[in-house]
Design a protein around this ligand. Structure first.
Ligand SMILES: O=C(O)CCC(=O)C(=O)O
Length: 261
């Protein structure tokens, strides 16, 4: 299913690649049951975190569902919304300039196991008043306390560049799980905006729910990485498909279960 947030045209597309699951932690046989339980306890979301994720899920779902400017994309098994022209073309142009000024090859670990991330990343200045204004607009739309949001991050993709299937949320098996627990914990919602038109390719594909979103300048996509019960949603797997012609720019903002630091 292909979705245009602007004009809400949908058509069938086929997905060539399957989901790209991340490896699980392997426990050494022979370790005592106590030790295994200790490791397991440490590496599982706490009940308080799950409750917080459930709550922020409800708050944002209710707010977006009652906003006439927000469109709920009708897919089973994933909460995902779109807002057409959330950013003006002047704002997109300025953001592209900001991203170009700071772009560097994307790190392989930026809160995800992004082994197939060949784009360029632009870590924007978190104190830039223009950036702060845009962030406030996203926070207001979502109804989330700004303290829970990471600073927005820009991405630039040249032809052939992509961000292979991944989750934005963290998995207990990942080596950075505990470090991220100390920096605000699990990611809840993602907000991602397309900043320009791409000649060919560069769709955002949610491979498990057969949803493909083509870049649409200024449009904002918002999805919940958790299920309504506050646990990770495997259907939130997504990929930035390779750009075929043109350059693609997006900005991404992630929210946490607790204030981010
Ligand atoms: O570029 C895209 O379409 C997806 C970007 C993405 O998945 C991310 O920044 O987490």
């Amino acid at each position: 299913m292909e979705y245009f947030v602007d004009c809400l045209i949908k058509s069938a597309v086929s997905h060539q690649s399957g989901p790209n699951d991340l490896p699980c932690t392997k426990f050494r046989l022979g370790a005592s049951v106590d030790l295994i339980m200790t490791i397991f306890r440490k590496k599982t979301a706490s009940n308080a975190e799950t409750v917080a994720l459930r709550k922020v899920g409800e708050i944002v779902r209710t707010r977006l569902s009652n906003d006439p400017g927000v469109y709920k994309i009708p897919v089973e098994g994933l909460e995902i919304f779109g807002v057409a022209q959330f950013f003006t073309s002047a704002e997109c142009t300025r953001l592209i300039e900001i991203v170009d000024a700071v772009a560097r090859p994307s790190p392989t670990y930026k809160g995800t196991d992004a082994t197939g991330r060949t784009s360029y990343t632009g870590d924007v200045d978190p104190d830039d008043p223009f950036v702060l204004m845009l962030q406030r607009r996203i926070d207001d739309l979502m109804g989330i306390d700004p303290a829970f949001g990471e600073t927005i991050q820009g991405q630039r993709y040249a032809p052939g560049q992509e961000f292979r299937g991944h989750y934005d949320h963290f998995l207990p098996s990942q080596h950075f799980w505990e470090a991220e627990q100390r920096r605000g914990g699990q990611r809840s919602w993602t907000a991602m905006a397309y900043l320009n038109e791409v000649e060919e390719g560069g769709t955002t594909d949610f491979t498990r729910v057969d949803l493909s979103i083509p870049p649409q300048p200024g449009a904002l996509l918002i999805w919940n990485n958790m299920k309504p019960d506050g646990t990770p949603n495997p259907n939130a797997m997504h990929a930035g498909m390779p750009v075929v012609r043109g350059t693609k720019y997006v900005l991404t903002k992630w929210y946490r279960a607790r204030p981010w630091s």
